[in-house]
Design a protein around this ligand. Structure first.
Ligand SMILES: [Zn+2]
Length: 306
């Protein structure tokens, strides 16, 4: 009977261990990320893109073409994190489950500051990927692009900033996927003129079937997310955008204070979670962080107001 019981435990535990063992074990997590970085083992020089690469005794890579020595993750988002790769995998696992950093502190061996840095990096990868996907989606929707261009900034270079009362952004659905994007300053003034002050409510305005505008009040340096208060203008409301709005409000509330300076990262993260809410998030984000990171990210450009 005891043998039987032990066998039962073995069978229940084994599949779980098999799936998640790479998260905390160093060689497995390193192999996992390297396989994502170099699909099929095909390595390329990060400078000249030559595929004649050899591995040095130290484990670093050298390009026969241009002589550059580089690491597996040089130039990627992951390469910007100076923590053991198994810790990164563990943090990414906690992030993909939606656990805020302040709740991770019991489960990690690195400092909260470093964990924050890693979380910000995951969000930057999601942000850059979303902007790219949005621009690609608009390429095949010229009418929509024109309609949005007449009202909004579509180059993502500025205008995610907030004023002292609210933050604003656009929301649109293209082929079943929700995208958020910054709106133009003069559009903000029009909203102020035509709408009552938000008075600690979040507001979703859908003046057109094509897109909506989300407004979130600000308190000091942080977004103010009133619990369970969720006001909408039901004029021609798009149901998918309405679902996203509810989802966004709930998630922002759970983050316990989102800073204005980083709010676009959080909005984009929640957009990604919403679009993939029935899927595993660990693997898609792992794929994103082994991609080449732009030298100046779209977000940095935005913050620098270039
Ligand atoms: Zn090279």
């Amino acid at each position: 009977m005891k043998k039987c019981y032990n066998l039962l435990i073995f069978l229940v535990v084994m599949p779980t261990r098999k799936k998640t063992s790479f998260i905390t074990v160093f060689p497995e997590s390193a192999r996992f990320f390297k396989e994502l970085r170099w699909p099929g083992g095909k390595k390329k020089c990060v400078r000249c893109e030559s595929d004649t690469i050899y591995t040095l005794k130290t484990g670093r890579l050298r390009c026969k073409g241009c002589g550059l020595t580089f690491g597996d993750f040089t130039g990627t988002y992951l390469g910007q994190l100076n923590i053991p790769i198994n810790e990164t995998a563990h943090l990414l696992y906690l992030f993909s489950l939606g656990l805020p950093v302040y709740r991770c502190r019991h489960y990690i061996t690195i400092s909260m500051k470093t964990a924050h840095k890693a979380y910000t990096l995951f969000r930057r990868a999601i942000y850059d990927q979303s902007v790219q996907a949005f621009n690609d989606a608009l390429k095949v929707k010229p009418d929509l692009k024109e309609a949005l261009r007449s009202h909004f900034m579509l180059d993502f270079l500025r205008n995610w900033e907030a004023d002292d009362r609210n933050v604003f952004f656009g929301i649109v659905v293209i082929n079943g996927t929700v995208y958020t994007f910054p709106i133009r300053s003069d559009e903000k003034s029009n909203i102020y003129i035509s709408k009552e002050p938000t008075q600690n409510r979040t507001i979703l305005i859908c003046a057109d079937k094509k897109y909506c505008i989300g407004i979130i009040p600000v308190s000091g340096t942080h977004l103010l997310i009133p619990k369970l208060i969720h006001a909408t203008n039901h004029l021609k409301l798009n149901t998918k955008i309405e679902s996203f709005w509810t989802y966004l409000n709930e998630h922002l509330f759970n983050y316990h204070g989102v800073s204005i300076s980083h709010y676009s990262l959080y909005i984009k993260e929640i957009e990604f979670r919403f679009n993939n809410r029935t899927k595993d998030l660990f693997h898609p984000i792992a794929k994103m962080i082994v991609q080449s990171a732009p030298k100046v990210s779209i977000l940095d450009k935005n913050q620098l107001n270039i």
